[in-house]
Design a protein around this ligand. Structure first.
Ligand code: PEP
Length: 230
């Protein structure tokens, strides 16, 4: 299983260091085959040591240059960051990242050999239209994306379940993952959306779920490690 923590705009450099120290004390008990990823804010990126990978939540598709406020490959290389989140619904929604921009970013970081966790997910009004509409919406988010990229992990994150405390049901996750697996083949497929210690077991036991991308419940090292060790 893959357990990925997305801190979003939470934690500082100092609190990330403490978090990693706490997490490291627990990770000795994790199954060797389980993989842990941590996506701290850009200001807390560093080459931390432990049984996990540090990834970046976002970067600009450039090595370096005149892109005020952004970071590129040169800044990631400094801390040996080799994993990136692309297509998160918060970036699509709040930062106005179009599918075209997302695909451009994907191609650039693919060319630079970064491992990509690529996020897709539908808003509530689409879910309410029924399963066919959901799949049509999700498949459109593969436009311009090379789903055969070797270092690709996909995260299905229904937008209405993100940060709301209301996870998708086992049935919703199961049917959506089954349909997505037919498209993405053997790529790992994570579920994201209000995953927490209370529901982690039932989520990771669903066929077609290869792990979870966790926001709120990952902010506390105890809660995240409880999920990993569940
Ligand atoms: C996310 O934003 O990727 C996420 C899954 O958030 P939460 O766990 O808080 O729903």
């Amino acid at each position: 299983m893959i357990f990925a923590a997305n801190f979003k705009t939470n934690h500082t450099r100092k609190s990330t260091e403490l978090y990693i120290k706490e997490l490291n004390e627990k990770l000795g008990a994790k199954k060797p085959e389980d993989k842990v990823y941590i996506f701290p804010p850009a200001t807390a990126l560093d080459a931390y040591e432990g049984d996990f990978k540090i990834g970046v939540q976002n970067a600009y598709p450039t090595i370096n240059g005149a892109y005020t406020g952004e970071i590129g490959v040169e800044q990631l290389d400094e801390f040996d960051i080799k994993t990136i989140l692309i297509g998160h619904s918060e970036r699509r929604e709040h930062m106005g990242e179009s599918q075209e921009k997302v695909a451009e970013k994907f191609s650039f970081f693919q060319e630079h050999d970064l491992e990509i966790i690529y996020c897709i997910g539908e808003p509530l009004y689409i879910r309410e239209k029924g399963f066919e509409a959901v799949m049509q919406y999700l498949l459109a988010q593969f436009e311009g994306i090379d789903i055969n990229y070797a270092s690709l992990i996909i995260a299905y994150e229904p937008i209405w379940a993100i940060g709301t405390g209301r996870s998708a049901t086992v049935e919703e996750i199961s049917t959506t993952h089954r349909a997505l697996k037919k498209v993405i083949g053997n790529k790992p497929l994570l579920y994201g959306g209000s995953a927490k210690p209370a529901n982690i077991k039932e989520i990771i036991n669903i066929a077609g779920v290869d792990g979870v991308l966790v926001g709120s419940a990952s902010l506390d090292a105890d809660s995240f490690s409880e999920m990993i060790l569940s």
